[in-house]
Design a binder for this molecule. Sequence first.
Ligand SMILES: [Zn+2]
Length: 362
Amino acid sequence: MRAAIARRGKIVVDDFPTPEPGAGEVLVRTRVCGICGSDIHALHHGRRLLGLMRRAGGFFTADPDLDLVPGHEFCAEVVDYGPSTQRQIPVGSLVCSQPALVGAAGIEPVGFSNHAPGGYGQYMKLMEGLLLPVPNGLSAEHAALTEPMAVGVHAVARAELPRGAAVLVVGCGPVGLAVIGALKLAGAQQVIAADFSPKRRALAEAMGADAAVDPAVSSPYERFQDLAQVDPTQAAPRPIWQSGPSLRPQVIFECVGVPGVLASVFEGAEAGARVVVVGVCMEQDHFEPIYAINKEIDVRFVFGHSQDEFTATLRHIAEGDLPIDGLITAKVGLGGVAAAFEALAEPDDHAKILIDPWADDS
Ligand SMILES: [Zn+2]
């Protein structure tokens, strides 16, 4: 099959062995696949990532000297079943799946493994037990956003939003936008988004943010204070030595994932705030704990999504509950993947770029 392959730090279009489905697995034909920031990170920092994951445990165990077909945000079509399968979804049906093969040897992450090619290739093998049929009428393009949007659904579930909470989302790339969409699904009333990019702020508002702040112009934390003031009986409890206005309980989602952001969140947060770390920082980071101590900040780190959250996200997209139309900013064939990786470095040009590995320029 043809695929856009990560080969020693570069994307090249070449042949890659078509996967053969084993027991419990299904061969699918990729319809579209989104490009994720973590694909770009894995391409440029594969060796570092591997070392990090060996120490910390984690999904990435690929050998950076061997070819790898990335892509974990996909929608595909059932082509054929491997042995020991139930075959309940008809051949030709559109499906989504969590990007993982589960076998006796453990979990093989689709798109982050030398052995489980992802959606940058024309075919993939997936687990029959994880397949979700795409509801009638939903396009493959929208269905392919299930994986990135499920990241937001999981983060918001882990936040356990306090009643009446006001929320600040720091960073409005695809992760922040998924969090904003999930917050609105969860009924959050006051969501303030912060990003330096005007395009991302516009997308944040389209996704349902009540206000989008440019941190270069005004402090999102001050804006938060203005919007979150309540009468003292509704305020979150706070240590006696904290002064200032009475505010709704505060939840802050860190969706940037670069060193220094968490420190600035702790500095700007209100007393008693809950901080949910969704951005994936791969570097050493540092902060002064006293900020978080004085304010008794509650920090939660989150990653990925459960099968239930993934299923619910696909249903929400199919029912039109998530305003995702503006998220897809380009579609390319395999020949356009390398340039798309470059383009995604500019936050003002794109949100999600989809790959169609069967398009003409492939
Ligand atoms: Zn992703």
